[in-house]
Design a binder for this molecule. Structure first.
Ligand code: C2E
Ligand code: CA
Ligand code: CA
Ligand code: CA
Length: 274
């Protein structure tokens, strides 16, 4: 039995070494891809809850390892954050997104920002510089950030946020309702918008309590002048209920999946029938 135990321990050690090697390889592949600009950006439509027409898009990063194997952002973004690659990847996505939205008058652009970027003292000037260089009004740009860093380091987070807001960009609180969100605490920071996580969108239609929670969250945000975007909207019923609750913008597969820059351009100015 003792022998078997040792064997198992060795097996796991080898497994962990393999994991570490695999991680290392992925890190190097990602680093190289980012250096070569081989990161794609796709855009998901955001629609007005009443008009149901597109008013903005969220930029989402895509990476195909070796040009063929798509790696989910939930895998490569945390890796980029842990390795510092995000300091190159983040600005790359921001540049691409700003360049794209230049061709889409009247459309706003949302871009995800990692806490790791927010922590970088150069981030506000760098981000504002990229937006200025692209020649788009900063007010068309919303940076989306999750609550974690605001709870971890509120003083520092508030400073970075104020610097960005002074430069004219907007800041949205992303994934609200997914973690340990305390709306009472978070509301003080002065976010320009709240994005309700898909899990809350789903909870809203699953039970009367979920519905009440959704309604109360949107109402509280509204009473602090925070408009609300609902994420992960997949059905007409969800869309109707979220509109009723007071969300002014909706996003989800029901309205459109993330798509190429070209596809968004076609959506906005459909090619003439031949
Ligand atoms: P997120 O910011 O919450 O983005 C929304 C995610 O939900 C996207 O996943 C989107 O494709 C997905 N989604 C949208 N509508 C629906 C729906 O109706 N149903 C379902 N099931 N899913 C929907 P994606 O593209 O896989 O991105 C995952 C996460 O990776 C993002 O979550 C964001 O946190 C992160 N991410 C993606 N691109 C970037 C980036 O450029 N920078 C940073 N820092 N993070 C990024
Ligand atoms: Ca987001
Ligand atoms: Ca989100
Ligand atoms: Ca998310």
């Amino acid at each position: 039995a003792k022998h078997a135990g040792r064997g198992r321990a060795m097996y796991y050690e080898t497994l962990m070494d393999d994991d570490r090697d695999e991680r290392r390889e992925m890190e190097e592949a990602l680093r190289a891809a980012v250096a070569r600009g081989e990161i794609d950006v796709v855009f998901q439509p955001i629609v007005g809850a009443r008009s149901r027409t597109i008013c903005g898009v969220e930029a989402l990063a895509r990476w195909s390892r070796g040009g063929t194997k798509p790696v989910p952002p939930d895998v490569f973004i945390p890796l980029a954050e842990a390795t510092g690659i995000i300091d190159t990847l983040g600005p790359l996505v921001l540049k691409r997104a700003c360049a794209a939205v230049r061709n889409w008058p009247g459309i706003d652009i949302s871009i995800n920002v990692s806490p790791a970027q927010f922590r970088n003292p150069y981030f506000p000037d760098q981000a504002l510089g990229i937006i200025a260089e692209a020649g788009i009004a900063p007010s068309r740009v919303t940076l989306e950030i999750t609550e974690g860093y605001f709870i971890q380091n509120p003083g520092r987070a508030k400073l970075v946020m104020d610097r960005l807001k002074a430069g004219g960009v907007r800041i949205a609180l992303d994934d609200f309702g997914a973690g340990f969100s305390s709306i009472g605490y978070l509301i003080r920071f002065g976010f320009d918008r709240m994005k309700i996580d898909r899990s809350l969108t789903i909870a809203g239609e699953q039970s009367p309590k979920g519905g009440a929670m959704l309604q109360a969250t949107v109402a509280l945000a509204a009473s602090f002048d925070m408009p609300v975007t609902a994420e992960g909207v997949e059905t007409a019923e969800q869309a109707a209920f979220l509109h009723l609750c007071g969300c002014d913008q909706l996003q989800g597969y029901f309205f459109g999946k993330p798509m190429s820059e070209r596809a968004i351009s076609d959506l906005l100015a459909p090619p003439a029938d031949v």
